[in-house]
Design a protein around this ligand. Structure first.
Ligand SMILES: Nc1nc2c(ncn2[C@@H]2O[C@H](COP(=O)(O)OP(=O)(O)OP(=O)(O)O)[C@@H](O)[C@H]2O)c(=O)[nH]1
Length: 242
């Protein structure tokens, strides 16, 4: 059985940087892993690319030939990938042996892990090929600096959990940019009533009922799935000067 991480999260949240850090870490501890680029728009890589969606289709070609914009073009590319799961992906996966560890660096379009079924079907295909898959959700630590951003970050991550139905780990990126780390501690294991009271203070009274429902949802999710809790990461990017 092979193993796979699907690295997802909003655009610019640090997915590629995480893949690169993970690669350096594995090199240091003598473990082998292979990083797959699933972003048809990606250009530069700070890690060795084992498999690349751009060998199948590139965003630039799609935009030029079909006259699509960057977002529509990307969805087109991902749907093309979906159509080629049994051909291109299967052939590529055949190069990997049992026990190999693949890390998929995904595009950041939120549609892919909220409602467009491409990634879900991609995961199903990996599972059929004998891979044990988990999702790694990158969240910019700026989402942990106030209650409204925190709720929005949790909801985006929750939507990926519901859509993909995978073991799911949240990782906070860009911790080096947070000046007040104490503030983040407060959000790592928050008290629902305190969250609600803060939300109500931040928003107009007409949102009180919505706020209550959101916090109830948050409480149910955290209660039933401890994985919603966020693991924070101090990204070690010394080589990039962070
Ligand atoms: N300071 C700091 N910057 C970071 C960190 N991680 C990523 N960045 C920067 O954030 C920007 C986006 O990082 P990427 O790793 O390209 O993010 P991504 O999620 O792969 O981006 P897309 O592929 O466009 O969705 C880059 O300029 C990175 O150098 C971090 O831990 N600290």
């Amino acid at each position: 059985m092979g193993y796979a991480q699907l690295v997802i999260g909003p655009a610019g949240s640090g997915k590629s940087t995480y893949c690169s850090s993970l690669n350096r870490h594995c090199e240091t501890v003598g473990r082998t892993m292979h990083i797959v680029n699933l972003d048809p728009a990606a250009e530069n890589f700070d890690y060795p690319v084992a498999m690349d969606i751009r060998e199948l289709i590139s965003l630039e070609d799609v935009m030029e030939e079909l006259g699509l914009g960057p977002n529509g073009g990307l969805i087109y590319c991902m749907e093309h990938l979906e159509e080629n799961l049994d051909d291109w992906l299967t052939e590529e996966l055949d190069n990997y042996l049992d026990d190999d560890y693949l890390v998929f660096d995904c595009p950041g379009q939120i549609e892919l892990f909220s409602h467009v079924p491409v990634l879900r079907n991609f995961v199903e295909h990996l599972k059929r090929k004998g891979f044990n898959v988990c999702a790694v959700y990158m969240l910019d630590s700026q989402f942990m600096t106030d209650v409204t951003k925190f709720i929005s970050g949790c909801m985006a991550s929750l939507s990926a959990m519901v859509q993909l139905e995978l073991p799911h780990v949240n990782i906070l990126s860009k911790m080096d940019l947070v000046s007040d780390k104490k503030n983040i501690e407060d959000f790592l294991n928050p008290e629902p009533r305190a969250l609600l009271s803060e939300l109500n203070q931040r928003m107009g009274p007409q949102f009180a009922k919505l706020n209550k429902s959101l916090i109830e949802l948050y409480t149910v999710c955290v209660g039933s799935n401890r994985q919603l809790h966020t693991i924070w990461r101090r990204c070690r990017c010394e080589s990039q000067g962070f």
